[in-house]
Design a protein around this ligand. Structure first.
Ligand SMILES: *Cc1c(COP(=O)(O)O)cnc(C)c1O
Length: 457
């Protein structure tokens, strides 16, 4: 069955019209859907239907039923996790990429995918001030970027000890010691478990009141150590003292990995760049495109100083796979076949340019300051030094803070989640979207303060 050009025209113009209406409506909608709307989707949960369905009817069904059950990332008032909202350039590129349906695993199967991925990776390294000659891959998110970097480090550390982990596996292998901070992100521990290094087989370094690794408590490192540091704590936004840690680690030949999911992008702003001093000295870096740069989901980036280690960790051999000396993305990531995310990252970065990216970072940081100042003025406690885009606010007793978070989420003007910060329950506000405006901040502050007043005891 082949749709005629005419059918594509009708179908895709319908998609464009509906998607446009969704985005235009995004500002007015409740940020998170209520349970009833989500529950309606269960109507589809019957047996797998016998008959095919026309694509136009599918679009209508999805838009009317699933659209209302979405979280409005696009509206500028979602402050949960560290979610961006796809930039117009990123969204538009992703539509094209989907029409092209490229398999970006190899240059030969998607020249555009492979070339633009290479350029996007090089630009990312340039933006972040990382060494020329580093290389990497584009994956689904920082979790997979952390995982990929761990595999590169594992390869390098074991190879130095004469062990080929890709061929012989981990049973009987020499040890790889892992050092993390007490504030390590859960995704890094997950990545360690995926890599066979064990989630709890780590040495944890205590942190200070902002969640920064305490260098005076760094354990003895060896050439077999992988030290993981953070640029941008997921709660406070704080940065580990990278320069000192990298110097200590490199004196002994240890590997330093940076989980820089969102924070490392602060390098793009002349105002905030000093916060990321020293991180470029590390050996590998994990970033998200779908957080601060506001690429659409899903987009993570791994970069490795000596990319051959990543390549060795990700290599595969089969007679039909080409090894043509060109940049084949599948040699730098766990996946073989995959969508051409590199094109979307290229489009995201190209649409912003240096000045646009710096402005996005600075604007979201200044809104975070506004949140902190106005909530403090309203009598609430800001638990962190607001160094970038993350704000932790306590409304008093844990129960009250949780009640305020729930009220805010149910009321729907904006959305923020809760967290536990060094024993204190907090609302966590992450300003990460290009779409957030001053007016969004005003409205959201009013909604949060209203909710807090209503929970006064
Ligand atoms: C978000 C985040 C991750 C995980 O990223 P995903 O894109 O969800 O895989 C890892 N580390 C930090 C610091 C993060 O903020």
């Amino acid at each position: 069955m082949r749709d005629s050009t005419q059918q594509y025209r009708a179908l895709l113009s319908q998609v464009a019209a509906r998607a446009t209406a969704y985005l235009e409506d995004a500002q007015a909608r409740r940020v998170a859907p209520d349970d009833e709307v989500v529950g309606r989707l269960r109507q589809w949960d019957g047996a797998f239907p016998d008959e095919p369905m026309d694509a136009l009817a599918l679009v209508e069904m999805l838009d009317s039923m699933a659209g209302p059950a979405t979280v409005i990332n696009a509206g500028g008032r979602f402050f949960g996790f560290v979610n961006g909202g796809a930039l117009p350039g990123s969204l538009a590129a992703s539509w094209l990429v989907n029409a092209w349906d490229q398999n970006a695993g190899m240059m030969i199967s998607s020249p555009a995918g492979a070339v633009l991925e290479e350029i996007a990776l090089r630009w990312t390294a340039e933006i972040l001030g990382l060494p020329e000659g580093c290389g990497g891959g584009i994956v689904t998110g920082a979790t997979m970027a952390n995982f990929s970097a761990i595999l590169a480090a594992r390869h390098a550390i074991l190879m130095r000890q004469g062990w080929d982990v890709e061929i012989d596996g981990l049973f009987g292998a020499p040890p790889v010691d892992v050092v993390v901070s007490d504030e390590v992100h859960a995704s890094f521990l997950k990545a360690l478990s995926l890599a066979g290094l064990g989630r709890e087989r780590v040495r944890r370094v205590p942190v200070d009141g902002q969640g920064r690794m305490r260098t005076d408590r760094l354990p003895k490192l060896t050439p077999h150590t992988l030290v993981a540091i953070q640029a941008g704590n997921v709660n406070t936004g704080s940065f580990d003292p990278a320069g000192e840690i990298c110097d200590d680690a490199h004196d002994i030949g240890a590997w330093v990995h940076v989980d820089g999911a969102f924070g490392l992008w602060a390098t793009a702003s002349p105002t905030y760049r000093h916060l990321t001093d020293g991180f470029a000295k590390a050996d590998s870096w994990a970033m998200d495109g779908h957080k601060w740069p506001n690429a659409g989901y899903d987009c993570g980036i791994v970069l490795v100083r000596e990319a051959d280690h990543l390549r060795a960790a990700m290599s595969a051999s089969a007679a039909y796979l080409v090894s043509d000396g060109r940049h084949n993305p599948m040699n730098y990531a766990p996946e073989m076949s995959r969508r051409a995310r590199g094109i979307e990252l290229w489009a995201t970065l190209r649409s912003l340019g240096k000045s646009g990216l710096a402005a996005l970072i600075e604007r979201t940081c200044s809104y975070a300051q506004r949140f902190a100042e106005d909530l403090r003025k309203a009598g609430f406690t800001i638990l962190n030094e607001v160094v970038i885009n993350q704000v932790l606010v306590s409304f008093g007793k844990p129960e009250r803070t949780l009640a305020v978070v729930k009220k805010v989420q149910d009321e729907g003007t904006c959305w923020a989640g809760s967290t536990l910060w060094q024993g204190q329950t907090a609302m966590r506000i992450s300003v990460s979207s290009w779409a957030t405006t001053e007016a969004d901040v005003d409205k959201s502050l009013a909604a949060i303060i209203r909710a807090a007043k209503e929970t006064e005891t």
